[in-house]
Design a protein around this ligand. Structure first.
Ligand code: GLY
Length: 569
């Protein structure tokens, strides 16, 4: 939009003609690009880059650096993630900047003396982090597509860290919980993120992060090597050596981000583009879409018993395949082609009983060895520029504030991504632990992810950009949103607002968002044998939907997250 007046007029016209549900707005319309993130400062940073003539990748880099300052629970320099890029008129590609296991990591490093998983070791502290990938990943995206000077993409984050961010209540509460609990054991973390007087933060305070500003300034002037070979790498490696962690200077120096060929699927006339291994997201998403495509679910209601039954059964099967086969393709053979084929979906579908819940334990008996939560803290943003280039980026520290460890003097919070590996070889249980070989720890290997940054196109034009945080729920959140658009023809706002469902094979439990599904439907599903749990909220899926008729793109912030924002240049 060139002027607010024009954009407001358009917004009102669309809001009236689309007859949205009560209280709904259709999203923020734009013909000149959009940046949709969980946090307003970062959305505005990205939009300012688009306004200066930067493309979607320039904006994504600036947005990712900004989120490391303004949303430190998940935005990061010390974690990793995935970026799917769809430039107009050329093949899409994916940037893999997932963390890797340090060179000294072993498959049993998280087992205690009795052979049980010691979950505390991947929840917090110096053994939890993988070698961070974010800065190399953003650099690789820049080298492929960047158009503005690198420095200009990092400096907005430097400014935010130096001049400070005014805390919202949500941000202040989040920091206070963190400082009083998990970070309390780490003096360097308290120094970096605590108030100078040791008091709790309150809404309206300004938080300045001078160490992080110095780190970001070094990256702005020295590029990624400043992080991976300079004083920042020294600080990380020294802290690791002192506190019994594994990451060395060599691990940091040799970290590389990789360009990957995205997973490509189809759903009737739509093209699905998503993240390949080491994420399980794209494979599982395409497998599930293939499974439901011939069912024409839109002939029934989105939330009726039959539809929900199929959608639970679809998830049960795809997550079993995920547990069985998926891991880092650089280390293990993953049958990506077979899993994403229509014929694989046909054979699974034909074995599903339309009237009864499947039996997760029986289906996975071959890998289930023991009969007996994943964190929500990741963040996703979607960007579209004026030329039609789309970026879908999900990155993470794994848990909120990752390992809770800040490398001394850097302001960099290190991830706890090692917990995404299978931690006990051979043990797959009904509680959700998986011990299959594909995702066991090995030096240099990338841990399996569920992040599912996704772009949907039709006749080569971008229709939808989406993704979400939420551990294994991510795949299901994205599946729900894509299905809402490609099968049920929902608007972007409806697709993102609609209730979401999660099932991950084991534990055998379907979790459904509250308020969307009638008691009667829940009872019918229970009578079919489904173990149903109703809960508050799943995911945080900041998305963009392009209306093909008008060519107008709508920025759809996910209103489950207070303060999320769609910004226009
Ligand atoms: N740590 C969340 C994921 O990668 O799926």
């Amino acid at each position: 939009m060139h002027s607010h007046g024009h954009s407001l007029a358009l917004f009102l016209a669309v809001a009236c003609s689309a007859a949205p549900l009560a209280g709904q707005e259709p999203g923020v319309p734009s013909r000149s690009g959009l940046v949709v993130t969980t946090e307003p400062f970062a959305s505005d940073v990205g939009a300012a880059i688009l306004r200066r003539g930067g493309n979607a990748v320039d904006a994504a880099i600036a947005t990712a650096f900004a989120l490391a300052v303004t949303h430190p629970a998940a935005g990061n320099l010390g974690g990793g993630g995935f970026m799917v890029i769809a430039p107009p008129h050329t093949d899409p590609l994916a940037i893999d900047y997932r963390e890797r296991a340090p060179g000294r990591a072993t498959p049993t490093m998280y087992l205690d003396s009795k052979g049980a998983i010691d979950r505390s070791l991947t929840a917090t502290g110096y053994l939890a982090p993988g070698v961070p990938g974010t800065v190399r990943g953003l650099d690789l995206a820049y080298r492929r597509f960047g158009s503005l000077p690198w420095r200009e993409l990092v400096l907005p984050a430097v400014k935010l860290a130096e001049e400070g961010v005014v805390l919202t209540d949500r941000f202040a509460q989040s920091l206070n919980r963190e400082l009083a609990d998990r970070m309390a054991s780490y003096p360097a973390s308290l120094r970096a993120y605590g108030r100078a007087d040791g008091q709790p933060w309150t809404a309206g305070d300004t938080i300045r992060l001078p160490d992080l500003a110095r780190t970001l300034r070094a990256i702005a002037t020295g590029g990624p090597d400043a992080f991976y070979t300079g004083w920042i790498a020294d600080s990380i490696a020294n802290d690791m050596a002192i506190h019994g962690g594994l990451i060395t200077r060599e691990d940091l120096r040799t970290y590389q981000a990789h360009e990957r060929v995205p997973i490509r699927g189809t759903y009737r006339e739509y093209e699905i583009i998503s993240m390949p291994p080491p994420s399980s997201g794209g494979v599982a998403l395409v497998e599930m879409l293939n499974l439901v495509e011939p069912l024409h679910l839109a002939q029934g209601d989105r939330l009726n018993t039959e539809t929900l039954h199929w959608l639970i059964e679809t998830r049960r099967r795809a997550f079993l395949d995920r547990a069985r086969y998926l891991g880092d393709q650089d280390y293990v053979d993953v049958p990506v082609h077979a899993l994403t084929s229509k014929s694989h979906a046909d054979s699974i579908r034909s074995a599903i009983d339309p009237t009864h819940a499947g039996d997760s334990e029986a289906l996975g008996r071959d890998i289930l060895t023991v009969r007996d939560t994943e964190s929500d803290e990741t963040t996703h943003f979607s960007i579209l520029d004026r030329s039609g280039m789309a970026v879908s980026n999900t990155y993470t520290l794994e848990g909120g504030y990752g390992s809770h460890v800040v490398a001394s003097g850097t302001g960099v919070i290190l991830n706890n991504e090692m917990g995404d590996f299978n931690r006990k070889p051979g043990e797959t249980n009904t509680g959700g632990d998986i011990g299959t070989p594909a995702n066991l720890i090995a030096p240099g290997k990338r841990m399996l992810s569920s992040m599912t940054p996704t772009i949907v196109r039709r006749e080569g034009e971008v229709v939808l950009i989406t993704g979400s945080p939420g551990g294994r729920t991510i795949i299901n959140t994205v599946f729900d949103i894509v299905l809402n658009v490609v099968e049920f023809g929902m608007s972007g706002r409806e697709a993102v607002d609609a209730p979401r469902l999660h099932h991950q094979w084991l534990p055998d439990r379907a979790v459904i968002e509250a308020d969307g599904v009638s008691e009667e439907v829940l009872e019918q599903l229970r009578a079919m044998g489904h173990n149903l749990v109703v809960r508050g909220r799943q995911g945080d899926a900041h998305s963009i939907l392009v209306d093909r008729k008008s060519g107008i793109a709508y920025g759809i912030n996910d209103r489950r997250s207070e303060g999320s924002k769609a910004s226009v240049p």
